[in-house]
Design a protein around this ligand. Structure first.
Ligand code: SIN
Length: 332
């Protein structure tokens, strides 16, 4: 049986996590000297008209500068989204977030939730106290996506553009239109409250069962990102391997090499990464390039992360290691 939900009963829930969108500066002309994560999410909705037939609700999940984001907040968001999306009258969820790590939270939610309904992250490059804040329009556009019939998956909406979670990257330090989707291009645009879609909504595989108590007991697997660059050495990796061998409390379990071009790695770093792999640490190469994917070669000795950026490859590897640990514990 298909539930019939009259349009008037549809809800969009806005979860607040902080960021510049909730930032406040001493002067309205100051767009960089503000404190992120100050304005409550309910206040951010003031004066923004909900899409027709939609009732809005706001919940504060966190209030921080997203440079300090951790997976415990990601887990809280995932659980809250899953609960809300299972309610028949919830059309979708909007999450207000800082721009600096929004692509990481979006990718995490994409990987663990695989939602049929829309989860739309949005942000701002100028604080709420700005003479001309970009947050209100972004929130309005995000709500429009969340309320759109047939919308789904995890997206990031900024400056009128809808980006898919697997593709989105922050590419500018200052401009309001700070995001790009690389080769994939945007999912679409929001124009005067209407979605103009260019391609399919992002979809992922099966949802990943995340149990907060289980993760608290197991801990998030530690995965570090190490960059390959001219003059790189293997010293950092060797230190991590030594630390692990010494019985440290949270030893490194995975490494992402932020590799050059088509996944190439400085020979000294590669030698250290191979030693780490030999010692039982999972190693993944992800390209530093803003666009494109790593095309595998038959002589590769270290796995590659395809089109994932190093920070997204880190999340993918953390989830992979978590799944391995869960399986091992289930089998024990
Ligand atoms: C943050 O990421 O929380 C601060 C920067 C921003 O939102 O633009």
């Amino acid at each position: 049986m298909v539930d019939f939900i009259p349009p008037a009963a549809r809800r969009v829930v806005v979860l607040g996590t902080g960021g510049t969108i909730a930032g406040r500066a001493a002067s309205s002309g100051d767009n960089i000297g503000y404190t992120a994560g100050e304005v409550p999410v309910a206040d951010l909705l003031g004066g923004i008209a909900a899409p027709e037939g939609i009732t809005l609700a706001a919940e504060q999940v966190a209030q921080l500068d997203s440079k300090d984001m951790g997976f415990d907040v990601g887990l809280q968001l995932a659980q809250r989204c899953a609960a809300l999306l299972s309610e028949a009258d919830v059309a979708g969820v909007v999450i207000t977030h800082g721009t600096d790590t929004i692509e990481e939270t979006a990718y995490f939610l994409h990987a663990v939730l695989a939602p049929a309904k829309p989860v739309v992250l949005t942000c701002a490059m100028r604080p709420a106290s700005s003479l001309s804040p970009d947050g209100p329009q972004n929130v309005r556009d995000a709500m429009a996506v969340a309320a759109t019939a047939g919308a789904g998956g995890v997206t990031v909406v900024c400056a009128g553009t809808i980006h898919g979670a697997p593709d989105v990257q922050k590419v500018h330090t200052y401009r309001a239109d700070a995001f790009a989707s690389g080769d994939a291009g945007p999912v679409g645009y929001v124009e005067e409250g209407a979605v103009r879609r260019l391609r399919d909504w992002p979809r992922s595989g099966a949802p990943f069962a995340l149990d907060a108590a289980e993760i608290a007991a197991m801990g998030w697997p530690r995965v570090e990102v190490v960059m390959s660059h001219a003059g790189a050495s293997g010293a950092l990796i060797d230190l991590l391997v030594q630390e692990r061998a010494s019985g440290a409390a949270a030893p490194v379990r995975g490494l992402v090499l932020a590799a050059t071009g088509n996944g190439t790695v400085h020979h000294a770093l590669e030698a250290a990464a191979l030693r780490a792999q030999q010692a039982g640490i999972e190693v993944l190469r992800a390209t530093r390039c803003a666009s494109g994917r790593i095309l595998p070669r038959p002589d590769d000795r270290l796995r590659d992360a395809g089109a994932l950026t190093p920070v997204k490859a880190r999340i993918a590897l953390m989830l992979e290691l978590l799944a391995v640990k869960k399986k091992a514990q289930g089998a024990a």
